[in-house]
Design a protein around this ligand. Structure first.
Ligand SMILES: [Cu+2]
Length: 161
């Protein structure tokens, strides 16, 4: 019996195997993340999006209603909302909406700048499939200059003369 070389070889083989499956898993996850989201209409889903404020820069609350072909509300989905401006260089606004007692999904959302926005509602259904619906908004106003949360704004800086 020559235990050492065999065991070493076995250990190496095992490591290779683990790496191999690790890569397969990683690849699957990466592909999974870019999973083909289908338009909501293709799944016979109706996605409605409402904002408390959708015409000016600032804080807003959104509500999403998702209904199936039978008109039943879907309340067990995972819903993410992403706001992108149509011009480059903006950080998207991404929020997760939570289901409420009213059967709608809610989240706080901030229009951080005036201009044209594309809001994408991503719905991960209970069966794992991903459905998307986009909405266009035109927001009035310039960039949000309310920097009250920013450490750059000190009381002295805003003091009046
Ligand atoms: Cu912008």
């Amino acid at each position: 019996m020559r235990p050492l070389p065999n065991q070493q070889q076995k250990a190496i083989n095992e490591m290779k195997l683990r790496l191999y499956f690790g890569f397969i898993l990683l690849f699957t996850l990466l592909v999974g993340c870019r999973q083909q989201a289908t338009p909501a209409a293709d799944q016979n889903l109706d996605v409605q999006l409402e904002f408390s404020n959708s015409d000016a820069v600032g804080e807003s609350n959104l509500a999403i209603t998702i209904t199936d072909a039978q008109g039943q509300s879907i309340t067990d989905a995972q819903v993410e909302v992403r706001g992108d401006m149509t011009h480059a260089g903006m950080t998207p606004v991404i929020v997760t909406a939570q289901i409420g007692d009213d059967g709608r999904y809610h989240a706080a959302f901030e229009w951080t700048m005036g201009g044209d926005w594309i809001v994408t509602v991503s719905v991960r259904l209970a069966d794992g499939s991903l459905v998307e619906q986009t909405f266009d908004y035109s927001i009035a106003g310039a960039m949000n200059m309310d920097m009250s949360d920013s450490p750059m704004t000190t009381p002295e800086a805003t003091a009046e003369e």
